[in-house]
Design a binder for this molecule. Structure first.
Ligand SMILES: [Ca+2]
Ligand SMILES: [Ca+2]
Length: 239
């Protein structure tokens, strides 16, 4: 009887793992680029090293020094995928995406924020995190039992400035994040930047009015001594 129970448990475990296996090896759907910009909410903290991945798949990447990430993945239009962003010391962030074109999350001008303060990784910033920091309090990088994992502002010291960061985000949870701005890059490609108020808006296009743009553009042409050719396929058309 014992043996039968063991076999039954093994069967249940195998059955539970099958859905993940199928999803991770999806061969249907379209391949789209997903990229974006994020920033830490702590001044001085590194924007690099955030892991960005799609739940239930082996698709993952990491942010670079400016908080940029990019990957290509296969998506099916009829179902959404959970994008998860995580890094030691930060509250994990996740939201659903359903790309039907290449997409960008946040932007270089308006990156979405990641909140520091969850040093024990339980998706809430609270007293338990302060208790962890207390064990490393007043330590310096390269000495004692200093740990990068509790140095919230990455300044090489675990001290009151790190406690203040937890206080700022006290009792925040991963569920408190709102969904960041998602941009369909195929639509961004139809955006037009103009220095004029009276530019004629056409259906299906976006207009970005920038009064100082013409001044900067003229200065650039003067510097290079002629017209400026943009290489590749820029997302913006310039009037
Ligand atoms: Ca925590
Ligand atoms: Ca610190």
């Amino acid at each position: 009887m014992k043996k039968v129970l063991v076999y039954l448990m093994l069967f249940v475990l195998m059955a539970a793992s099958i859905p993940n296996f199928i999803f991770a090896n999806e061969t249907t759907g379209e391949i789209y680029k997903v990229c974006g910009y994020l920033t830490s909410d702590v001044k001085g903290a590194l924007n690099s090293g955030f892991k960005v991945f799609i739940k239930g798949t082996d698709i993952e990447t990491y942010t670079d020094d400016i908080g940029y990430f990019e990957f290509n993945s296969r998506f099916q239009s009829e179902k959404s995928s959970t994008l998860i962003i995580t890094k030691d010391k930060f509250l994990e962030r996740s939201f659903e995406i359903s790309p039907v074109n290449d997409m960008m999350i946040g932007s270089s001008e308006l990156p979405f924020e990641m909140w520091a303060g969850d040093v024990n990784g339980d998706k809430i910033s609270n007293m338990a995190d302060l208790v962890v920091i207390a064990n490393f309090f007043n330590t310096l990088r390269g000495a004692g039992n200093y740990s990068d994992k509790v140095d919230l502002n990455d300044d090489g010291a675990v001290n009151m400035s790190d406690v203040v960061i937890i206080a700022k985000n006290f009792n925040k949870t991963s569920g408190d994040y709102t969904k960041p701005e998602l941009c369909d890059l195929s639509k961004a490609g139809r955006s037009v930047m103009t220095p004029y108020w009276d530019y004629d808006i056409k259906a299906g296009n976006n207009i970005v009015f920038c009064p100082t743009f013409q001044i900067a553009w003229d200065a650039l042409k003067k510097d290079v001594g002629g017209d400026v050719d943009l290489l590749g396929q820029p997302q913006w058309r310039i009037i």
